[in-house]
Write a protein that binds this ligand. Sequence first.
Ligand code: 5RP
Length: 221
Amino acid sequence: MTQDELKKAAAAAAIAQVSEGSVVGVGTGSTANHFIDQLATIKHRIAGAVASSEATKRRLEGHGITVFDLNQVDELPVYVDGADEINPALQMIKGGGGALTREKIVAAVARKLVCIADASKRVPVLGGFPLPIEVIPMALGHVGRELARLGGTPVLRAGFVTDNGNLIVDVGGLVIVDPVELETRLNQIVGVVTCGLFARRPADVCLLATAAGVQTLSAGG
Ligand code: 5RP
């Protein structure tokens, strides 16, 4: 199976997590796009969706799925999204698509965070994928110096502006042995909007697509 076929398989498995009549949180990226396409097949059975990016909103609306503003919604039973890396504790690096801030907000509201991923995303230790960080433009120099002090190699994502009008810095060279501690430290840097570590709020379940089928992983499993 190709990587894209695995992403599609993980996305298809996530449909079983969606409850009748609910509003569904929907992530961003190629795996999430497969989920949106699957969600379209059951759109008459859901109330609608909350989107984690403008691109996701457009795709959902293109399928005729009602998109709610997060502030219109009292509860979000499930949020389904991809990841750039996921470790055995189901902590993740996200933000490869630059949507990390809205993704983290939707994840904070959702009761259950379901990660859908192909097997290549599963790693023992986070940090192989450069960590995306959303930065307020005027703080770019300051944040870059602080990130270098932490031992990372920050690189500005060229020509990219987030849905919130900010910049993305991708930080390489980090071996993330304590994801919660690093997420907390990065959140303290003035000018950082969000870091792409989802450690304080990890996934509750990961649907990991392998050549042998889709595995359902919980933390530690
Ligand atoms: C977007 C994300 C995506 O979930 C992550 O980049 C994975 O993308 P893909 O499903 O295309 O591999 O965090 O901000």
